[in-house]
Design a protein around this ligand. Structure first.
Ligand SMILES: C[S@@+](CC[C@H](N)C(=O)[O-])C[C@H]1O[C@@H](n2cnc3c(N)ncnc32)[C@H](O)[C@@H]1O
Length: 321
């Protein structure tokens, strides 16, 4: 394993903290801890009675957090996925929290360590698992998926217009020799898309790598499940803040928030139902400033959305949004 040299700069840190409207004595969750950038800012605002539960599916993030925050009695670090949010909190005896942060996607250390296999910029094994201890690696998936599965993934999750051509090239290539490294995949995509694509600002393999990463980590289903569970464990006045980095993620966040917070639109020709008082209210949507994009280019596609639970919550578990 290479030594970690990359620092992950938290995206929209001030907006994240003000969006959460941190209560000094509250219980908070960082559901995507990464290298703890947002967590450490939140800890600065918490009193001794406050608590921060830190989750990540990546064992390296957990090891780094144990070293950095392990001695702080306000902190509790656990390996857990977004889709396990409620059970992981229940295992700690927690039913409701004052706020939850989700900062989606991959961290800089994940992207920059060649052995994690996330990036076409560094040659390494074609892995792409956020938790290398579970599920299939990208190389294993690309070896057994059908042309149609690969094409559909590249089109749906990478919005790659040449998805069919790339999928066919992958299947032809693997019949001779399995694709095993990030450089091999990046070169195959680059050859497939031709010289015009190589002149673009973005590397020709950007969309393909994003799509395969989403499949390998089941990212969109994880997000849907994590959002549903997070919304169920907010205490009255509790807030959920989500940072998304591409339109597929942001669309899921936006639809899920809007569906809960907007009054239902009735058919105007029918008698109108009694006033609908949603249990959630939208707090806001933020984009990075030009100054932040200049100092942290990773922030350029970020969208932060915050929602608040504004009704009473029965004390027993099981309240559904
Ligand atoms: C962008 S980084 C978070 C960076 C962090 N906010 C910071 O300031 O250091 C995203 C993190 O979320 C984790 N992650 C992504 N999807 C996850 C999921 N479904 N469950 C748990 N962790 C996840 C990744 O492993 C990664 O460490």
């Amino acid at each position: 394993m290479s030594t970690e040299t990359t620092i992950h700069k938290p995206v929209m840190p001030d907006e994240m903290m003000s969006g959460l409207s941190v209560r000094r004595e509250g219980n908070y969750v960082d559901a995507t801890l990464g290298r703890g950038g947002h967590s450490s800012l939140l800890l600065e605002m918490l009193a001794d009675e406050g608590r921060l539960i830190m989750f990540d599916r990546d064992p390296q993030a957990i090891a780094a957090a144990n070293q950095r925050f392990g001695a702080d009695p306000r902190c509790c670090v656990r390996q857990s996925r977004l889709s396990e949010l409620k059970t992981s909190l229940a295992a700690l005896g927690i039913e409701q929290v004052a706020g939850i942060m989700m900062d989606l996607g991959v961290s800089s250390p994940q992207l920059d360590q060649p052995e994690r296999g996330f990036s076409f910029m560094h040659d390494g094994p074609l892995d792409m698992r956020m938790d290398p201890g579970s599920g299939q690696s990208a190389a294993e998936w690309l070896q057994q998926a059908t042309v149609d599965e690969i094409r559909k993934a590249l089109f749906d999750y990478g919005e790659e217009r040449r998805a069919g051509a790339i999928a066919r090239a992958i299947v032809t290539r693997r019949a001779q020799r399995p694709l095993q490294t990030t450089a091999e995949l990046a070169e195959l995509v680059s050859d497939c898309l031709g010289p015009a694509a190589r002149k673009q600002k973005k590397h020709p393999a950007t969309r393909t790598f994003q799509a395969i990463r989403i499949v390998i980590n089941d990212e969109l289903q994880e997000l849907r499940s994590g959002l549903t569970q997070a919304l169920q464990v907010l205490e009255p006045g509790g807030r959920l803040a989500v940072l998304a980095f591409h339109s597929l993620e942001d669309r899921i966040v936006k639809r899920s928030f809007n569906a809960l917070a907007r009054p239902a639109v009735g058919n105007r020709r029918l008698p109108q139902p009694a006033a609908h008082n949603p249990d959630y209210r939208l707090i806001g949507k933020w984009l990075p400033t030009a100054a932040e994009i200049a100092s942290n280019p990773r922030s350029r596609s970020a969208v932060l959305r915050v929602i608040e639970y504004c009704a009473d919550r029965p004390t027993t578990a099981g309240a559904q949004p």
